[in-house]
Ligand binder design. Structure first.
Ligand code: HEM
Length: 135
């Protein structure tokens, strides 16, 4: 395999999956009583109870386009603005973001963890063979 070429094709493939994840929402169910922690726009920690049996959706599309509400200070006063949280300029198609180091936790088209997609590596190789080698 031409590794450099393969890496770039994979970057294009990943960027397509970041912008257009085939599985938008991955359904899950809480296996035990737990809590989810997040922060509100003032930076305060918010704890959300998540009892056993709670239906959850991992939203790939929301994660891939996630924006963070921040306050900007201008001469005219404070204003709320959105800024990119994980992916800079998330609406732009830019395979280069998958070159070098990138945030593995902010990319879940194949889900994540123990029950993530077992076809992931197969799909990457199959795309390469079809598009580049023409096999
Ligand atoms: C671009 C193509 C694909 C995408 C985007 C994709 C995406 C996903 C996602 C999001 C899940 C997690 C579902 C969940 O947790 O409810 C999953 C699971 C799974 N995928 Fe894929 N998949 C792809 C191709 C494939 C292929 C080609 C195979 C088989 C060769 C495959 C086999 C599986 C299996 C067996 C699971 C269940 C794993 C488990 O529950 O432990 N997938 N896939």
């Amino acid at each position: 395999l031409d590794v450099v070429r393969f890496t770039y094709i994979q970057a294009i493939f990943y960027e397509a999956l970041r912008m257009f994840p085939l599985v938008l929402h991955i359904p899950k169910e809480s296996a035990f009583d737990t809590t989810l922690r997040t922060k509100n726009k003032n930076g305060e920690t918010v704890v959300i109870p998540c009892p056993k049996g709670t239906q959850l959706n991992l939203s790939a599309i929301a994660l891939h386009f996630n924006r963070k509400l921040v306050q900007h200070w201008y001469n005219t006063g404070t204003q709320d603005r959105f800024t990119a949280k994980y992916w800079r300029d998330p609406k732009a198609f830019n395979p280069d973001r998958f070159q070098g180091d990138w945030n593995r936790d902010a990319f879940i088209p194949f889900s994540a963890g123990a029950r993530s997609c077992i076809g992931r590596r197969y799909v990457r190789i199959a795309c390469y063979l079809e598009k580049v080698v023409g096999y």
